[in-house]
Design a protein around this ligand. Structure first.
Ligand code: G3I
Length: 375
């Protein structure tokens, strides 16, 4: 540390108890400082953050990058053809710019029919032709990515196009009309609209071997056609005791070998396992809807296991920092997590900060994993 900075630090340390400041070095109290030499630390955050002043100190101390949780999705921006609504997203972009936070746009195409406004696919009662669908896609992307050209660091261009079952691509209006070409076109249109933005393909469960193979196929295919795909987004919605570390490492290595960057785009560790929700045709759903085990608080032993598993994840991210451009959590603190609502209502505790914005054991574990002496 330079002498001037050292004396400033010493003064801060002496007066800090009187100011209510932490006397610790920035690396030990801030995720973004602790990870500064490795990758950016981001967060997916409430669309109305510009009005939520109570959230600002935690946000700006810990994170350098923000993704709007919902307001840039196609259904939010263009619910009916040509009727764009930019009010919330504009306020979000202005807020992030004022606060010196980098922006991730999310998302230009969501390859799921229930997340895409139905008008995209139809002309009256008939399905839209391939040409019309691509024209509508180009207009949407040119208007949206063009609006904030130069202000969005990264775009999630296509979200969740790979199938969870035996198909390569998820069946959707996009896939039905255009096959894989809709993905290639989305990246071309995004690059034309904002040439400086880093363009991401974003999906979940791509650690798992079958879906990883589909992602490798997609990356190879787009690369062979010289499509401007720059990074893969691994969403990272994990469950306690089920974090797929070895498979995740295999995916990180595969992406490095393919020459694409990785962003961990939506990280959390659910403490109430949810896989049963989709098992055996949904027969456990009525039972799960009653399950709310941590409504009065999360037991210390669960928080400890969560901390250990977050630490293992960040040790892995650190080991592969050469390929990872960013790690973003999905939501600011436990009280704001989507996992309180989905797939059923429960009091959840998946993040590093509790409902009061206070650090949980997982916070110190992650800081330690990012900053302790290399193994
Ligand atoms: O705003 C309305 C509100 O007016 C209404 O009263 C309420 C009733 O349900 O719904 C509110 O909208 C909800 C919206 O979140 C805002 O809270 C929607 O129903 C709900 O579907 C929506 O969920 C979002 C979900 O994506 C679907 O868009 C979650 O907040 C958001 O966290 C989640 O994020 C996704 C990523 O985009 C992609 N990867 C997975 C991730 C988690 O599902």
């Amino acid at each position: 540390m330079k002498p001037f900075l050292a004396s400033l630090w010493a003064i801060a340390w002496l007066v800090s108890p009187h100011l209510g400041l932490s006397a610790t070095a920035p690396e030990s109290s801030s995720l973004r400082h602790a990870a500064a030499k490795l990758f950016a630390i981001g967060v997916g955050i409430n669309d109305h953050i510009s009005q939520r002043t109570n959230d600002w100190p935690l946000l700006t101390a810990q994170f350098s990058t923000v993704t709007p949780e919902n307001c840039m999705k196609p259904a939010a921006l263009q619910p009916t053809e040509g009727a764009f609504d930019f009010a919330t997203a504009d306020a979000f972009v202005d807020f992030a710019t004022r606060q010196n936070l980098k922006l991730v746009g999310h998302c230009l195409v969501w390859a799921k029919d229930d997340r895409t406004p139905a008008w995209f696919y139809r002309v009256g009662q008939q399905p839209a032709s391939r040409e019309l669908l691509l024209t509508r896609m180009r207009q949407h992307i040119a208007t949206v990515a063009g609006r904030w050209r130069g202000r969005i660091a990264m775009w999630d261009v296509v979200n969740e196009a790979l199938d969870d079952g035996t198909n390569y691509l998820r069946p959707s209006g996009w896939e039905q009309a255009c096959g894989e070409e809709f993905i290639a076109k989305a990246f071309e249109y995004a690059h034309a609209a904002d040439p400086a933005a880093l363009l991401v393909y974003n999906d979940y469960n791509t650690e798992l071997p079958a879906k990883r193979a589909k992602m490798i196929r997609l990356v190879r295919s787009l690369r062979a056609k010289h499509i401007p795909l720059h990074a893969i987004g691994l969403q990272g919605h994990y469950e306690l005791d089920q974090v797929p570390l070895a498979e995740l490492e295999a995916t990180l290595v595969a992406m490095r070998e393919l020459g694409v960057k990785v962003v961990v785009s939506e990280l959390d560790i659910d403490v109430i396992p949810r896989a049963k929700w989709w098992a055996e045709g949904g027969k456990y759903r009525a039972e799960l809807r009653q399950l709310n085990p941590y409504r009065d608080g999360c037991p210390p032993e669960i928080l400890q296991r969560q901390a250990e598993q977050y630490a293992q994840l960040f040790q892995l991210f650190r080991k592969h920092a050469g390929v990872i451009a960013r790690v973003s959590f999905w939501n600011l603190h436990d009280g704001q997590s989507w996992l309180n609502e989905f797939p059923w209502q429960r009091v959840n505790h998946p993040l590093l900060f509790d409902r009061a914005g206070q650090p949980k054991p997982a916070f110190a574990a992650v800081i330690h994993a990012l900053t302790d002496a290399p193994p």
